[in-house]
Design a protein around this ligand. Structure first.
Ligand code: FMN
Length: 344
């Protein structure tokens, strides 16, 4: 597949936001399959793979390099990298490009968690535009595909993003995603889509809006308030890979197709199969994080959930899924997913 040309992709650009431990190959494949089965769109759905450490890649850490492998069905895919040393970042990107050929790279300059920022990675880079620019320049010189950067509104002040984004553009970034919160806000408060619009006004490269776009309908409002070129969806896609097909329906002026219990279970099983294919038959326990999102908020789940969270083999888990299905009407489309997601 050709490298992404962010400036020429049909608008709005819709993408799956990078999420550590979540947007792995199995999940990205599920998202693409579910989206492909829905409304056709002129713009391909873009996957952002979870972040990997540049240092670990350069050290030759097999597990980290394995996280950057791409199944053809996931493409187009952007690999996100975190780090703060321009030379290491450039080397890691060039190693991943040679091995797996993603359609783009992204730099994490928005992660607020301590274990990332205390090494001056993630959102900490927003405090040093010169270093951030040097990372962009070094990576651009090392890769042949476009380079994007994911930032927040600022470290402490929501206005910091404007000059910072201009510095990234001057250094050669091809696209910027802005999560509408500061680092100090973490996940509290509400994403400020209008402030993302200040970045859009200040740069000429494309800008994607991110944060709190948790339903298909909210895409329209986020785009209106920010005037961004597209949207990156994170938590709204967890346990809910249908959100992209629903977004395509909303954008086409069609009613949103509700998800039946039968379809939910079909996709849970498909995701389980792909997860076990990727990590091996013993990896049922690491699928639990997805299960809790797939069944989030559904009434009378206590007994099933307890069983699901204890199941450690495919047979145990499939038995519980079978009994859940047998006890429910497969055509039931009760919507139980909360509109506002508070969990990180
Ligand atoms: C479990 C989880 C893991 C995340 N991992 C990453 C990551 O690897 N890289 C990144 O840039 N952002 C990461 N984020 C942040 C999201 O991409 C996104 O910016 C944030 O959740 C706000 O968007 P949302 O309201 O659509 O969830 C993560 C978020 C969550 C919930």
């Amino acid at each position: 597949m050709a490298a992404l040309n962010w400036s020429e992709l049909p608008r709005p650009i819709i993408a799956l936001s990078p999420m550590a431990d979540m947007t792995d190959s199995a999940f990205c494949r599920v998202v693409q399959e579910v989206t492909d089965a829905g409304q056709p769109t002129p713009s391909p759905l873009v996957m952002f793979r979870e972040m990997v450490s540049a240092e670990a890649v350069v050290r030759g850490n097999d597990k980290t390099l394995g996280m950057t492998a791409i199944h053809e069905a996931e493409r187009p895919l952007v690999q996100q990298i975190f780090g703060s040393d321009p030379v290491t970042m450039a080397k890691a990107a060039s190693m991943i490009e040679a091995e797996h050929h993603p359609e783009g790279f992204d730099i994490n300059m928005g992660c607020p968690v301590y274990k990332i920022v205390h090494n001056f990675n993630g959102a900490a880079l927003m405090q040093n535009a010169e270093l951030a620019g040097n990372i962009v320049r070094a990576m651009k010189a090392a890769i042949t595909v476009p380079l994007s950067v994911k930032i927040r509104l600022g470290w402490s002040e929501p206005t910091e993003c404007v000059a910072f984004a201009q510095a990234l553009e001057a250094a050669g970034a091809n696209l910027i995603t802005v999560h509408g919160r500061t680092k100090l806000q973490g996940y509290s408060g509400v994403a400020d889509w209008r402030q993302v619009g200040e970045v859009k006004k200040a740069v000429s490269i494309p800008v994607l809006v991110n944060g709190d776009v948790h339903t298909a309908e909210k895409v329209v409002e986020a785009l209106k308030q920010s005037n961004a070129d597209g949207v990156l969806i994170a938590r709204g896609a967890l346990g809910n890979p249908w959100i992209f097909a629903q977004i395509n329906e909303v954008l086409a002026g069609l009613p949103v197709t509700p998800i039946t219990i039968g379809e939910r279970l079909r996709v849970v099983r498909r995701h389980l199969n792909l997860h076990l294919e990727q990590y091996g038959e013993a990896s049922v326990p690491t699928f639990r994080k997805h299960l809790s999102w797939y069944f989030k908020g559904l009434p009378h789940m206590k007994d099933y959930k307890e069983g699901m969270m204890k199941a450690s083999t495919r047979v145990e888990l499939e038995t519980i899924l079978d009994s859940f299905l047998a006890a429910h009407n497969t055509t039931d489309t009760t919507s139980y997913r909360p509109d506002v997601i508070t969990k990180k």
